[in-house]
Unconditional design. Structure first.
Length: 334
């Protein structure tokens, strides 16, 4: 076991107030190209692995049988805001399957989209499962379940779908899952090493010419074509993909996990901040994308996620984030 590396610092005035430690790996599908912290650290990928969870739907022919297009494929990989467009598109997808909101097993939460949250509050309506950030993933699960002709309780660990996802997870990561937990949306989430997650993303960046590889390519293309569906307005995933002109697919996961899929370099990136701090995972992925030449260092999103000063409630500059020594870009922004 190697210790976590210091990746992102928090400064207030001229003193370091805190530090975010974690693990990060850049992988080319065969070897680790660069690493910080422990490449063998075991993590739950959480929502960063939704593309892997969508693979059974792609390679089984279920997606084509249902006539899914890029928008639905992007939503299958999404942790969306629950905006009107997200809700309507997932609802229409289910309707096309002859299913409805009640067939989902993801549960309800208040939408992250401010306009939709305000509309619900002011109209005295409660959110439903379509507002859940994982409703697109679950619509994909139902697409596979219907195509396979199996039972509706698709989030149960012994359900054929979850067994297929477990197998796909092991095969693309090149390792057996280290454990299983239940995610916020009630679906199983298979733990593995941070290097295994990066290796998986490298497979998506350089897919084979077979049913699985073609499915991988379509999912990545859909994410890059529709960043607004993968997350939503104001979200780092959407803003980063737009800033890179669709050259890279990125995806966050709860508890400060982040991945990047870089087809033109055939690289996968995975990182995890140990304390679960989202601000640090967003800063770290931005720094790595700049380091890899995929994100313009001068782009406003880099400032927003990493360099813009932290201000108090009166607008006074009080500090900000910095890259820790040894992490790419430190010498330019320290």
């Amino acid at each position: 076991m190697m210790p976590a590396a210091e990746l992102i610092e928090l400064w207030r005035g001229n003193l370091q107030e805190g530090v975010h430690r974690g693990h990060a790996v850049i992988h080319d599908g065969r070897d680790i190209m660069a690493a910080w912290g422990d490449p063998d650290a075991i993590i739950f990928p959480r929502s960063s692995c939704k593309m892997v969870q969508a693979l059974p739907m792609m390679e089984s022919g279920a997606a084509d049988a249902a006539g899914l297009g890029p928008e639905q494929l992007a939503l299958a990989c999404a942790s969306h805001n629950g905006s009107v467009q997200h809700v309507e598109k997932v609802g229409a997808w289910l309707s096309g399957l002859g299913l409805g909101e009640h067939d989902l097993r993801c549960g309800c939460h208040k939408p992250w989209d401010k306009a939709e949250a305000t509309r619900l509050t002011c109209s005295h309506h409660a959110p439903n499962q379509l507002h859940n950030n994982c409703s697109g993933k679950h619509a994909g699960f139902l697409t596979w379940t219907q195509h396979a002709g199996v039972g509706p309780e698709y989030v149960e660990i012994d359900h054929p779908l979850q067994q297929a996802i477990r197998q796909a997870t092991a095969e693309v990561a090149g390792e057996e899952p280290a454990g299983v937990g239940i995610d916020g949306c009630s679906a199983p989430n298979f733990a593995g090493s941070i290097s295994g997650l990066a290796r998986s993303m490298a497979a998506f960046a350089n897919p084979a010419n077979d049913a699985r590889g073609r499915g991988m390519g379509r999912l990545v293309d859909a994410m890059r074509a529709h960043p607004e569906l993968v997350a939503g307005e104001g979200r780092a995933c959407t803003e980063l993909m737009r800033a890179m002109g669709g050259r890279v697919a990125v995806k966050t996961g709860a508890e400060a996990v982040y991945i990047a899929i870089i087809p033109e370099k055939k690289l996968g990136v995975a990182l995890k901040i140990e304390d679960g701090g989202t601000r640090a995972s967003e800063a770290a992925i931005a720094a790595l994308l700049v380091h890899l030449g995929m994100l313009d260092e001068a782009h406003p999103i880099v400032g927003k996620l990493l360099r813009d000063p932290m201000k108090n409630w009166r607008g006074i500059e009080v500090g900000g984030l910095r890259l820790a020594p040894g992490f790419p870009g430190h010498s330019r922004v320290a």
